[in-house]
Design a protein around this ligand. Structure first.
Ligand code: URA
Ligand code: ZN
Length: 389
């Protein structure tokens, strides 16, 4: 298979065995516990949110067993996965416990990836099937001076770890906290890709009393959380100070693309904020990366149009450069296929996973994307972003 046709899943999670045993040792969320199922058998349940509905969700080897990950990849034609620890990462630990566990889990993940099979492709450098996003001990109370060495150690001694997964709370005050300045500097310097992923949701006070299971927190709360977090990063001028930072947004950036011009307008009407920023808000939208975990072609097309238009925005004259006929869709170059595995399993064990089938079909049916654009989103863009070619 040509390298450009590889399928690369950049949004796929694991609870490594060491992490799963920490969750099993706990009595409060986040935790894994066993209970008797109505069938009489014992079942494991995962509870990761406070007040999680319906006693959490079922959990099994798909979450920790590497063979299960590889089987899932084989079943769906996924060549390479860039695997990240699932939420809530180390958020519930003290700084010193988080520091120790981060080191151990990063070593575990490096070996999970480095001992994975080599992919059969005509590549000059053989590629593995698994790469990873590491963890940083970025928890409430983390001293800002400790962060740069955590980043540089990760980059220097874990060749299969190509990024970090980051929640939205930072050291307790969110990602616009000035104390995080050394973190952004180190991340920009090393080139590790920052995968910004939600966990807490926002808007829970609006969910009402009807039992809607996980639908509202996952469908709306998660993406709204990402939208708020990245907007705060933009408004704090982080992308002005670190233009080389590479930030990948979960769930296609949530509502950010839809709200980008409104954001630009609100900033323009707020002189204090406007004077802090070097660019129109849409410039920042065109600097970010977006997973293609949106489950629909119309949504992917919209994100790529908005991101592409943002990338062509010319601040000097306040106009957009025209798209060049025959060249790749600019926005699609910043979008990357993902599955969110092992979340959202099929209800029947033998089925293919909707999260894969729908996201691949969505990529394939975006009107306005050429075959080259689609190959890029399916895998080629990831090979470039994660320095795999
Ligand atoms: N996807 C995730 O990554 N985490 C969840 O908790 C649910 C879906
Ligand atoms: Zn996810």
């Amino acid at each position: 298979m040509a390298l450009s046709r590889l399928v690369v899943d950049i949004h796929t999670h694991v609870y490594l065995p060491r992490y799963a045993s920490v969750l099993r040792s706990r009595t409060a969320a986040p935790r894994i516990f066993s209970r008797s199922a109505p069938s009489g058998q014992t079942e494991d349940r995962l509870v990761i949110l406070d007040n999680e509905p319906s006693g959490g969700r079922p959990i099994g080897p798909q979450y920790w067993d590497r063979d299960e990950k590889l089987k899932f990849m084989d079943k769906h034609g996924i060549d390479i996965s860039i695997v990240s620890t699932a939420n809530p990462w180390l958020d519930f630990l003290s700084f010193s416990a988080a520091q120790t566990l981060a080191r151990e889990l990063n070593a575990d993940l490096e070996s999970y990836c480095s001992t994975s099979p080599i992919i059969s492709s005509p590549s000059a450098t053989p590629l593995k099937r698994l790469y990873g996003f590491g963890l940083l001990p970025l928890v409430p109370g983390a001293p800002s001076a400790s962060l740069p060495s955590a980043v540089t150690d990760l980059a220097a001694s874990h060749p299969h770890i190509r990024g970090v997964i980051l929640g939205t709370r930072g050291a307790g005050k969110g990602l616009d906290d000035p104390e995080l300045e050394p973190l952004w500097a180190a991340l920009a310097e090393t080139g590790l890709v920052v995968f910004l992923h939600p966990h807490y949701g926002v808007g829970g006070q609006s969910w009402g009393d009807l039992d809607n299971g996980h639908v509202l927190p996952l469908a709306l709360g998660f993406p709204f959380e990402t939208t708020t977090a990245i907007t705060r990063v933009i408004l704090a001028g982080v992308l002005d100070r670190y233009p080389r930072l590479r930030i990948l947004l979960a769930h296609s950036g949530g509502a950010l693309p839809q709200l980008s011009s409104r954001l630009a307008s609100c900033i323009a009407h707020d002189p204090v904020v406007a004077s802090r920023l070097q660019h129109d808000a849409r410039w920042y939208i065109g600097r970010l990366y977006y997973d293609a975990v949106a489950y629909g072609s119309a949504e992917l097309g919209f994100v790529s149009d908005t991101v592409g238009r943002a990338a062509r925005y010319d601040q000097q004259n306040g106009a957009h450069k025209a798209a060049v006929e025959g060249e790749r869709n600019e926005g699609s170059k910043r979008m990357l296929f993902g599955t969110d595995h092992p979340f959202f399993p099929p209800l029947n064990d033998t089925d293919k996973w909707r999260s894969v089938v729908e996201n691949l079909e969505a990529i394939d049916s975006v009107s306005g994307w050429s075959a080259e654009d689609k190959d890029g989103v399916q895998g080629g863009n990831a090979l470039t972003l994660f320095n795999l070619v």
